[in-house]
Design a binder for this molecule. Structure first.
Ligand code: ATP
Ligand code: MN
Ligand code: MN
Length: 301
């Protein structure tokens, strides 16, 4: 029996000067969960979430009237979030520059929640070095008929293929239907190279097992298969970040798990915003130490 070594606790929940209005507004009608409860969830997990959410361009899914009403995806800073939500100027394809959002604090997170944000999605690069991704994400999207078993098996296969190339990866339950396979990178090469690697990797898998996988974006080619969405790895694309609440039924959250755990998990919606304490405890557990971390670069292929 190996003795458990204590893992350092995250910083205690900091207080915030952000005032959440309409705390009693129900934003998850099927679960009866309110804006105040969402804010409390984010305040509780901020110490573990900011490690992923902080200091990278983000897009927000805002649902001011709750998840069952109209939601919209917001990429740019309209200047309405206050001083705790920052912006970074990003050059667009047409040569213009747009202010993208980023946050680096609990106050920033809550300022977004106050404005009706439920979900936070992140670029694969940090504000400090926007052109050089610090991670790859393979977003596994099962076709309607496929169960979570198929998704799990696909994720584990991706892990093995990545490991064959010397790359360590981790599974993230999306809080929806799929699993994201996250591959940390030292930010060294730029987007085109990373995207090219991701695309070639996805296409090679689809070619090797065309009955299980497709790398083709077209819905029609996905029947009965898992779409390996490598397009999360192009400049400007985003993916949901760890501990983010989803604007979906039951208030599920995106949650890091281990490869071993994934084998016995039967849903991508295992955790919800009711599980802040569990998620914090898990983040401190030995099993999840080092999740999403590896000093590694893409192989030359
Ligand atoms: P699921 O497991 O149910 O597929 P998901 O988060 O992977 O959940 P996807 O629909 O596969 O959802 O989307 C993958 C990512 O693409 C999202 O996490 C998000 O960052 C991005 N995305 C989704 N919808 C939009 C949109 N309307 N505009 C911009 N980006 C989007
Ligand atoms: Mn997906
Ligand atoms: Mn997708």
């Amino acid at each position: 029996v190996v003795a458990e070594t204590p893992v350092p606790l995250p910083e205690p929940v900091a207080t915030s000067h952000i005032k959440i209005s309409s705390r009693d507004r129900v934003i998850y009608p099927e679960a009866g969960l309110t804006k105040g409860q969402l804010a409390d969830y984010y305040a509780a997990v901020a110490p573990i979430a900011l490690r992923w959410l902080g200091n990278r361009p983000i897009s927000l899914v805002r649902c001011p009237q709750g998840r069952a009403k109209q939601c919209f995806f917001q990429k740019h800073d309209a200047g309405s979030f206050g001083d705790d939500v920052h912006h970074v100027d990003v050059r667009e394809k047409d040569g213009s520059t747009e202010p993208y959002l980023y946050i680096d604090s609990l106050d920033g997170m809550l300022a977004c929640v106050q404005m009706g944000t439920i979900e936070f999605h992140g670029w694969g690069s940090l504000v400090a070095d926007i052109e050089k991704p610090d991670r790859l994400v393979f977003d596994l999207d099962p076709d309607e008929g496929l169960d979570f078993e198929a998704v799990k098996k696909a994720a584990a296969d991706l892990k093995d293929h990545l490991a064959d190339m010397g790359l360590t990866s981790w599974p993230l339950l999306s809080g929806g239907k799929g699993v994201h396979v996250v591959v940390p990178l030292v930010p060294r090469v730029e987007w085109p190279e990373v995207r090219s690697f991701a695309e070639r990797f996805a296409r090679a898998l689809a070619q090797a097992e065309p009955d299980r996988f497709t790398a083709n974006l077209k819905k029609a080619s996905r029947t009965g298969k898992i779409f390996i969405d490598y397009l999360r790895n192009q400049r400007g694309a985003t993916a949901v970040l760890p501990y983010v609440a989803r604007a979906r039924e039951g208030a599920p959250v995106a949650a890091p798990v281990t490869w071993t755990e994934l084998r016995t998990i039967d849903s991508a919606k295992l955790y919800s915003i009711r599980d802040a304490a569990t998620l914090i405890e898990r983040a401190q557990s030995r099993a999840l130490q080092g999740w999403g971390e590896a000093a590694q670069a893409l192989p030359d292929v």
